[in-house]
Design a protein around this ligand. Structure first.
Ligand SMILES: [Zn+2]
Length: 426
């Protein structure tokens, strides 16, 4: 919503773009235009490796595409394929390749000696994936309809700029040509973060990469895998530390002992005290997985494990739920424990647990918000709300905002389940 913008105050910013632009145009000060972020893109290269550009140059007909039945144009065998320099392609030195006949008039013609940049192929390879064995066409339209667009694309941040723009460009071009029914290649894109180790980005050139084999032998695949998902938000990456890895290994061991060293009762969990933590965990882990919030999902499973340890006896439904929720992170251990619980089937095949809303409700309470010792408002939040959550909610109260306007906050005092007191400079 625009503020401090004269006649445009209160206009939603998306509408305002049009309105402000129109206003500038009527006053002769500007006009509407679109700036494309995709710059000119040279796809031809003067080198040996790459698919030859499939056109021939005829003195009479100009540029003529190679007919479908003569595709693909294959590279000739060359012993010395070093680039010639000065913008010339090494293919120009192979007369058998260069000299051909024009598909249109049958006269003498020359093949194009440039090859296509590998970027071009990496911009549409996923269309080919659906028809990898098809010798007759680039892709089968019916299969593309079934499988594409891609539901989720995960890559490094460097993908988010160039590669993704080329991919969108090629997909839009295919759409424009009527070859496909959609014009965006990926429904969602998520970039993963980078790992930090000993204060530096983990990279081969810095020499601080770790060899997974060492950790697989040392702590096992499940611990290593769970740790990688736990060490930080997936889209931000995190700090790789051996000591934290051992913490995750202990967690996996705790789950193992909980299930393997206890007698498991078939009696179902009962009451809010037991069903509450189980169903809240199902809900949290399920929703976190959708959002790729793996680290908080694992933290939730650690809490659930601690909770189950407090129970006088272990109940099948609860421990099997824990195993199913942990299974994406620690597939081997959970499958083994599931088998020990008497299941002949794979844990991954036995469905994902469903939460029931009536057990997910969190107990709420009232937090008093004080400023300079005076009560200025109250907020109702879950009992376990932390200082930041209460502070955020408090700022939504008009009276609080008014009292804080222009004042410097000296400190905030927080009493869990009760009070947030804000001390301001008089
Ligand atoms: Zn010709």
């Amino acid at each position: 919503m625009l503020i401090n913008s004269g006649p445009f105050n209160g206009v939603p910013s998306l509408d305002a773009i049009q309105k402000v632009t129109d206003d500038l145009a009527t006053r002769g000060l500007g006009r509407h235009t679109i700036n494309y972020r995709l710059r000119d893109w040279g796809i031809s290269r003067q080198r040996y490796w790459g698919p030859p550009v499939p056109v021939v140059h005829c003195a009479k007909c100009g540029v003529v595409p190679v007919p479908d039945d003569q595709l693909p144009v294959r590279l000739p065998y060359m012993k010395d394929f070093k680039p010639l320099g000065a913008g010339a392609s090494p293919l120009e030195t192979v007369p058998e390749f260069v000299n051909t006949t024009c598909p249109k008039c049958g006269g003498p013609a020359k093949r194009d000696c440039d090859v296509m940049d590998n970027f071009l192929d990496s911009a549409w390879y996923f269309f080919r994936y659906v028809s990898a064995d098809d010798d007759t066409q680039a892709f089968d339209r019916e299969l593309v309809r079934q499988w594409l667009p891609v539901d989720m694309y995960i890559g490094g941040n460097e993908h988010a700029v160039l590669h993704l723009m080329y991919t969108r460009f090629v997909t839009m071009a295919f759409h424009h040509l009527g070859l496909i029914d959609f014009d965006e290649p990926f429904k969602k894109f998520r970039a993963h973060g980078l790992l930090i180790r000993e204060g530096a980005k983990m990279s081969k050139s810095k020499g601080n990469v770790v060899n997974p084999d060492f950790y697989l032998d040392d702590v096992g695949a499940d611990s290593f895998r769970t740790y990688l998902m736990f060490l930080g938000p997936f889209h931000e990456g995190g700090d790789f530390r051996d000591t934290s890895l051992i913490g995750v290994r202990r967690f996996i061991e705790r789950v193992w002992r909980l299930v393997d060293e206890n007698e498991i009762s078939d009696e179902p969990p009962a009451g809010m005290a037991e069903l509450g933590p189980v169903h809240r965990a199902i809900k949290k882990v399920t929703q976190d997985l959708e959002k790729l919030h793996y680290n908080t999902a694992i933290a939730t499973l650690m809490e659930l494990t601690n909770e189950l340890y407090k129970w006088p006896r272990q109940k099948r439904e609860a421990v099997e739920t824990l195993l199913k929720l942990l299974q994406p992170f620690a597939p081997h251990v959970t499958h083994e424990l599931y088998e020990r619980l008497g299941h002949p089937t794979m844990i991954a095949d036995d469905g994902w647990p469903a939460w029931r809303a009536e057990y997910c409700a969190v107990e709420e309470c009232e937090f008093v918000v004080q400023i300079g010792g005076k009560v200025r408002g109250k907020v109702v939040l879950p009992v376990d709300a932390d200082e930041n959550a209460v502070w955020e909610a408090a700022q939504a109260i008009d009276a609080v905002r008014k009292q804080l306007a222009g004042k410097q906050i000296v400190k905030r005092v927080f009493v869990p389940k009760k009070l947030l007191s804000i001390v301001v400079k008089p």
